[in-house]
Design a protein around this ligand. Structure first.
Ligand code: G1P
Length: 294
């Protein structure tokens, strides 16, 4: 296959967010906010910073707020203008994508991440594409997706972002079997979805950032069920190994699992400490709490 630039991203956002009930009863979990931006916006901003121009959200029922978030809001914008709230207006304008740059498809049944990606097959076509799982936030100097896009250019194959996890947590993630390894890029020789610690081929786990060649769709079409009786993306990716280059990238940065309450709370602190307008105040209240528990 001749090399094609990375321009497309798929955002699987059909999940119910049961771990955050009642917050997510009538609001998509991807609208949960870290500091003052919803998770979905972090994912879109990160992808745009990597040169991605076209987006497909794989949604389900009750996810309209996600689509509205990227739409023009005439009333709000006119009101802000009339009140000369220019900073707020700019924040909204920065959000706006090119007309037609965002599309949605529905995943009618929760059959797994692999099935969600397959639902975006018409959008993906014959192009390489990124996947960003908005639950995973990455704080880094260079946006994580930019790091993956660079690795994709370098290897001209599929690349997944990876981190080492404690050996007793392999059953929560897709895990790599590794070949040659230069400390940054690691050759993937096998992939297993959520193996028990005793069966895990390593403790290098996939986080929610992928760049994949479109050939993965051919394997997803078979709709084979894997771990949890779901159609697993990891299983389809495993079948690509040997046919095209496949690497894991130990990215620079820290990942926060915002699908989990503790990870979400930690992200609030870490991201607010990065904000010049908030950092001093956050540091001050953290000191107060620390002195109280010390
Ligand atoms: C999914 C993938 C898994 C990956 C994880 C990253 O799992 O199936 O391979 O490691 O995302 O967050 P989920 O979190 O949907 O169970």
């Amino acid at each position: 296959m001749s090399f094609k630039p990375l321009r497309k991203a798929v955002l699987p956002v059909a999940g119910l967010g049961t771990r955050f009930l009642p917050a997510t009863k009538s609001m998509p979990k991807e609208m949960l906010t870290v500091v003052d931006r919803p998770l979905i916006q972090y994912a879109v901003d990160e992808a745009r910073a990597a040169g991605i121009e076209q987006f497909c959200m794989v949604t389900g029922r009750g996810k309209t707020a996600l689509i509205d978030h990227f739409d023009v809001s005439y009333e709000l914008e006119a009101t802000l203008k009339a009140r000369s709230k220019l900073e707020a207006l700019e924040a909204l304008e920065a959000l706006r994508l090119q007309p037609g740059a965002i599309t949605t498809v529905r995943q009618q049944e929760p059959l797994g991440l692999g099935h969600a990606i397959w639902c975006a097959r018409t959008f993906i076509g014959d192009d390489p594409f990124a996947i960003l799982l908005p639950d995973d936030l990455v704080l880094s100097k260079t946006p994580c997706m930019q790091q993956l896009a660079d690795a994709y250019k370098e290897t001209e194959g599929s690349v997944v972002a990876v981190v080492e996890v404690p050996p007793d947590q392999t059953n929560k993630y897709g895990i790599l079997k590794t070949g040659s390894d230069d400390g940054r890029l690691v050759e993937v020789t096998g992939l297993v979805e959520k193996p028990k610690p005793a069966d895990a081929p390593s403790n290098l786990s996939i986080i929610g950032r992928y760049v994949l060649l479109p050939e993965v769709l051919g394997y997803l079409t078979k709709m084979e069920r894997g771990a949890g009786n779901e159609v697993q993306l990891t299983d389809a990716m495993a079948k690509m190994i040997g046919h095209s280059p496949f690497h894991g990238l130990r990215f620079e940065g820290e990942r926060f699992d915002c699908g989990d309450k503790i990870g979400f709370l930690e992200a609030q602190i870490a991201f607010s400490l990065e904000r010049p307008d908030l950092a001093d105040d956050v540091r001050a209240f953290l000191k107060k709490y620390i002195s109280e528990i010390a």
